[in-house]
Design a protein around this ligand. Structure first.
Ligand SMILES: Cc1cc2nc3c(=O)[nH]c(=O)nc-3n(C[C@H](O)[C@H](O)[C@H](O)COP(=O)(O)OP(=O)(O)OC[C@H]3O[C@@H](n4cnc5c(N)ncnc54)[C@H](O)[C@@H]3O)c2cc1C
Length: 398
């Protein structure tokens, strides 16, 4: 029996959304990591385990996850709830690492789901949006523990877009950062290495001086928006014009400290549309000098999959993450930029990240997702009274 509490307030990391649930339930658990199958390199975990707690457990068995998003202070259940991704054309979004899960449905049934058992629910539940039931356990496919070397170096938008295929082939986990209001790009390669852990320090960033300066300058720019282009170019010059190298255990390289509260959008578009979409976004900013865009636009790539509500469903994709910081908690006007970006994303067939901002409703999702009605049918069957719905999900499904 799990007891509920009233009066709990929820606030997201960026402090951009919050809610007061009618009741808050927190199950207590006896074990977070149930079973490690070293032969198959699979681990079964409780859905509530933080990835930051999972990494050392896996390390004890010489295992690791083959890919991660930017932070590890997230749960296994949350990561598959919203379709967390990183980059690498050979790699799918993180839910593609799931080989089995157990789901407690609205009527109290516990479903064991995998390719061979309740296969249709499994295909839906790997990006579940929290609406199919309570995910109890998740079995993840792991790989032998590995080290990564990260090399970052400066380039230009034209160079990267003209040589995209070559960059994608050169590095297993290739991504790049574009600095809006400029041609500047930082290319980031991450690849397996045998080198010992090392890092080329950047005292300006590592000691957070750049962080304080950037926050202050962004706050000033809320009164003088024309400064944003200069800030983007200045910080590129300050931090990204030098080649940098570091190596470490994979999870240390994949993740980093996100210091800024921020608003973000992150749509997945067909990979072949990368150049068209980015050049169009750049052209919009050039023709609308009053529209400001903070750095970076982060561009990542993922392999297609067969998960019903995965933004990468049946196609290799490019994720294009735009950002507007909130210096000292202050919102900077972003709606024109947001709308221009969303219009381009929709035009090139994009699908929004489930954990990030978007203005889409059921009508949009029906067009975007070939299997949307299949997911809806599974959801309605598992949760006929809408026990797991909330205001956000009602916008998605009704
Ligand atoms: C600083 C920061 C950096 C980020 N970087 C990335 C990135 O690099 N790539 C990327 O793709 N995303 C990124 N994200 C987004 C992040 O991956 C998602 O927000 C993820 O869902 C967070 O996990 P969580 O454990 O906080 O999930 P929550 O927000 O707690 O949950 C996500 C969804 O899953 C549901 N859920 C959670 N657990 C269960 C369960 N056991 N049973 C049923 N439903 C459940 C919740 O109801 C909710 O609908 C980032 C977010 C932050 C704050």
């Amino acid at each position: 029996m799990v007891h509920g509490y009233k009066g709990v307030k929820f606030q997201n990391w960026a402090r951009t959304y919050g809610c007061c649930p009618e009741m808050y339930y927190q199950p207590t658990s006896v074990e977070e990591v149930r079973e490690v199958d070293t032969e198959k390199k699979q681990v079964t975990v409780e859905a509530g385990i933080l990835l930051s707690d999972l990494h050392p457990q896996l390390g004890k068995h010489g295992l690791a996850l083959s890919n991660l998003g930017a932070v590890s202070d997230v749960t296994a259940g949350g990561v598959i709830g919203s379709g967390t991704h990183n980059t690498g054309i050979k790699h799918g979004i993180l839910p593609t690492l799931v080989v089995a899960l157990t789901l407690l449905t609205a009527d109290g049934t516990i479903l064991e789901c995998s390719e061979s058992s309740n296969a249709e629910v499994f295909q839906a539940a790997r990006v579940h949006l929290g609406c199919l039931g309570v995910v109890l356990t998740i079995t993840l496919q792991c790989v032998p523990q590995f080290h990564l070397q990260e090399i970052s170096f400066p380039s230009t938008l034209d160079e990267v877009l003209d040589n995209l295929d070559s960059h994608l082939k050169k590095s297993e986990y290739f991504r790049f950062l574009w600095f809006p209001h400029s041609e500047n790009v930082s290319v980031i390669y991450q690849d397996h290495t045998n080198k010992p852990p090392s890092s080329s320090a950047n005292w300006f960033w590592d000691y957070a001086i750049g962080f304080y300066l950037l926050e202050f300058l962004l706050w000033i720019s809320s009164f003088l928006p024309g400064l944003v282009g200069w800030i983007n170019r200045f910080f590129f010059w300050l931090l990204f014009t030098r080649k940098r190298e570091s190596s470490n255990l994979s999870h240390e390289i994949f993740t980093y400290e996100c210091r800024f509260k921020q608003h973000v959008q992150d749509w997945a578009i067909p990979r072949e549309k990368t150049k068209e979409a980015l050049l169009e976004l750049k052209a919009v900013l050039e023709t609308h000098p009053k529209m400001v865009a903070h750095f970076p636009v982060e561009v990542r790539f993922t392999r297609g999959d067969d998960i019903l509500l995965s933004p990468c469903f049946q196609r290799d994709s490019c994720y294009m993450n735009i950002i507007m910081y909130r210096p000292y908690g202050k919102d900077i006007p972003r709606l024109d930029y947001w709308l221009a970006y969303e219009t381009i994303m929709k035009k090139v067939g994009g699908r929004p990240h489930w954990a990030k901002a978007h203005n889409c409703t059921r009508k949009d999702f029906e067009k975007m997702y070939p299997a949307f009605s299949k997911f809806c049918a599974i959801r309605e069957k598992l949760d006929p009274t809408g026990m797991f719905l909330n205001a956000y999900l009602e916008k998605v499904f009704y």
